[in-house]
Design a protein around this ligand. Structure first.
Ligand code: 8X3
Length: 279
């Protein structure tokens, strides 16, 4: 069938992006205690979304809940303390009602630990990354998806990475884990496009400000952590949260399968334009 859109429609689309109201939806955010997860939780609360905040650090989650509550946004916030690799986390999530209510899964928990080359790496670091970035994230999707499908649709967002698109020295297992996460999401897309489920990978380059990413990667070494972002303006946690909200607020017929978002001065995983240090 040939159909047309009127000129009025075309001009109007340029004036106002057709963002959908997501107030009243329920979002489950993993890794909500810091960084991209925390920024996304606050951004979604500002949009009127009810939240399950999932992470291991209860005090951080309670602080975020308090900050949301005191802004009287009219949203409900449930704190779920747990590790995405532990069985009891899924019991808690079920008891909190998450499997019955979630519309949006923000599958964000993950980390990089260490930057040692293969042959010198700490196997514990590898296991930590694979547990969080793959096993835990995949399990969380597996647990939450059936409810989303049963309720007629929803949205799964995964925090991916430039490391899921490119590999770099020192990142063998982190890059492998993010490549796997991207592949998992592609399969999920194939398996759910007929079920009114949208799947989005948000794959950022360097995200520093507002996160603990590099401090965790370099195990508390502040000098090494800061050097990652020296002479550049990296992405902030809020920049990535804005992309997640953008994906969630697209019209129902629009799925952003992949948002690859980079700092303007970063052309690739190892291509960064830095300003020389001034003395
Ligand atoms: C984080 C970005 O470049 O450290 O996922 O892999 S990078």
């Amino acid at each position: 069938m040939v159909s047309t859109q009127t000129f009025d429609t075309l001009f109007e689309a340029g004036r106002a992006a057709p963002l959908v109201d997501i107030a009243g939806k329920w979002a489950l955010v993993s890794g909500a205690s810091s960084g991209i997860g925390k920024a996304t939780a606050c951004a979604l609360a500002a949009c009127g979304c009810n939240l399950y905040l999932l992470a291991r650090r209860q005090d951080r989650l309670e602080e975020i809940k308090t900050e949301i509550d005191k802004r009287s946004l009219g949203v409900e916030v449930k704190v779920v303390v747990g590790d995405i690799n532990m069985d009891d986390t899924y019991v808690t999530l079920k008891e909190a009602g998450a499997t019955e209510t979630v519309d949006f899964l923000i599958n964000n928990a993950g980390l990089a630990v260490g930057k040692d080359p293969v042959g010198q790496a700490n196997l514990g670091d590898w296991k930590t990354m694979l547990d969080a970035n793959c096993w835990g994230a995949f399990r969380l999707a597996n647990e939450v998806l059936p409810g989303i499908v049963a309720r007629g649709g929803g949205h799964v967002v995964m925090t991916g990475s430039i490391a899921g698109l490119e590999a770099y020295e020192g990142g063998a297992v982190y890059c492998a884990s993010k490549h796997a996460a991207h592949a998992f999401m592609k399969v999920l897309r194939y398996e759910t496009y007929s079920k009114n489920v949208r799947c989005t990978v948000v794959a950022p380059g360097f995200v520093g400000e507002g996160t603990e990413f590099s401090e965790v990667r370099f195990k508390g070494d502040q000098t090494k952590a800061a050097a990652v972002y020296s002479g550049m303006q990296e992405l902030r946690a809020t920049d990535v949260a804005a992309q997640i909200v953008w994906a969630l607020r697209q019209p129902a017929n629009v799925c952003l399968d992949m948002i690859h978002v980079m700092p303007t001065c970063q052309g690739g995983a190892t291509r960064v334009h830095r300003q020389p240090a001034t003395v």
